[in-house]
Write a protein that binds this ligand. Structure first.
Ligand SMILES: Cc1cc2nc3c(=O)[nH]c(=O)nc-3n(C[C@H](O)[C@H](O)[C@H](O)COP(=O)(O)O)c2cc1C
Length: 183
């Protein structure tokens, strides 16, 4: 598939099963992420790979995150515990902001988002399905710390990656005129 075809046809796919990307494919995905535009080349991103049994540990973090926030509903807690098991591999993209007089935290967050989208497209081009998720876990300092982040870091996205199960969603028809105007 050409780059343009990948760009025009990428679709999130929430039902993901093994196998996930292998070591070489994951390196390609991470290298694509590293090519994202990044004002000042601050490299304000950190990527954390969560695969295999480690997903259970992440699920425990998610569950704890809800408990800390006062949620005691068993169904929600169990859902959180099992959330990372929805794909063979989860890639967390963290904003690790760099102090800079001109380049704001927001702008650095955009660079991380661009990196995650590049990772998503690379995974798609390699034949894998992907879905970007956040939720309240992303900004919970306990989750960030468990992922090895520093104080002030934030998860910009958890990319769930794996082999697509079931049919893909249809791509929506979207008229460009609703979103584009010429100045
Ligand atoms: C910053 C960000 C956070 C997101 N968080 C979630 C999420 O927590 N749960 C979810 O189901 N989808 C989330 N999404 C949306 C999906 O990744 C996906 O884009 C959406 O389901 C639309 O599908 P599409 O990408 O095929 O158009 C998020 C997307 C972005 C960019």
């Amino acid at each position: 598939m050409s780059a343009i075809e990948t760009l025009l046809n990428r679709n999130s796919h929430p039902r993901l099963v093994a196998p996930g990307p292998d070591e070489a494919e994951l390196e390609t995905i991470l290298r694509a992420a590293m090519r994202a535009p990044d004002h000042g080349r601050l490299r304000p991103w950190r990527f954390v790979v969560i695969a295999g049994d480690r997903r259970e540990l992440l699920g425990q973090c998610f569950r704890d995150s809800l408990v800390i926030r006062g949620i005691s509903d068993e169904a929600q807690l169990t859902k959180a515990l099992n959330a990372p098991l929805r794909a063979p591999l989860v890639l967390a993209g963290l904003l690790h902001p760099v102090a800079h007089e001109k380049i704001s935290r927001d702008e650095q967050g955009h660079a991380v988002a661009a990196a995650l989208h590049a990772a998503q497209l690379a995974a798609d081009a390699l034949g894998y399905g992907c879905v970007w998720r956040t939720g309240g876990y992303a900004t919970d300092p306990n989750v960030v710390e468990a992922l090895g982040g520093d104080v002030g870091d934030e998860v910009i996205g958890f990319l769930y990656l794996g082999t697509r199960e079931g049919p893909s969603k249809l791509l929506p028809e979207e008229p460009l005129e609703s979103f584009v105007r010429y100045f």
